[in-house]
Design a protein around this ligand. Structure first.
Ligand SMILES: [Zn+2]
Length: 199
């Protein structure tokens, strides 16, 4: 399986879009994570405040791209249909999301989409606005974002790395608090967290 799995709903979302994308990790940000994966819709438990935070991002004019590593797929634990059923439950709970990108690979598959690589963010940006970054220089300076309001919300350093690689403002959350822990900073137009991908 090459490349990430993409679910695209842009035609179903309302449009006061400002040109910016909020890249949002899933587990530990919208729903509680698990060391054994979220294996079916029944295991998906939304973190309090996630729905309201997604609504706030929409009210600010963002389109929302979920970017999630799910190596259970290439480990053979379950297939692509399962991710779609989990993501329909997710959207029943938090509202329609513009694009949902899933990397099915393990580290050893050496894909371009497993975070911290920015492949899923770039593909989502291509889908939503027809442009993306075409390379990443981890030892260089942080690139300019395609839109100055672009942001990445995640609980792990791999999320921060992927967001850094597309120039996004970075908001790292506690995995038990999720997106609700940073939404006030985002509303206040905070410049985001410092991050060095090679430290
Ligand atoms: Zn991948």
């Amino acid at each position: 399986m090459e490349g990430p799995i993409a679910e695209v709903n842009t035609s179903k979302t309302d449009d006061n879009w400002n040109g910016a994308i909020a890249f949002v990790d899933r587990d530990g940000v919208l729903n509680y994570g698990s060391p054994n994966y979220i294996n079916n819709p029944e295991e998906l438990t939304i973190i309090p405040g996630a729905k309201e935070s997604i609504m706030s991002l929409r009210n600010m004019g963002y389109r929302i791209a979920i970017v999630t590593n799910q190596s259970a797929i290439m480990r053979g634990l379950w297939d692509e249909d399962r991710i779609h059923s989990i993501h329909s439950k997710l959207q029943e709970e938090v509202g329609t999301l513009d694009v949902l990108m899933t990397c099915p690979h393990r580290t050893r598959d050496k894909c371009q989409c497993r975070k911290p690589r920015p492949g899923m963010l770039n593909r989502a940006s291509e889908i939503i606005r027809g442009k993306s970054h075409d390379k990443v220089d981890w030892w260089g300076s942080k690139p300019e974002p395609i839109h100055p309001m672009d942001l990445m919300i995640g609980d792990r350093d791999s999320d921060m790395g992927a967001g850094w690689a597309v120039g996004a403002r970075l908001f790292q959350v506690d995995e038990m608090v999720g997106i609700a822990g940073v939404i006030d900073r985002i509303i206040a137009n905070d410049e985001g967290d410092e991050f060095n991908p090679v430290e």
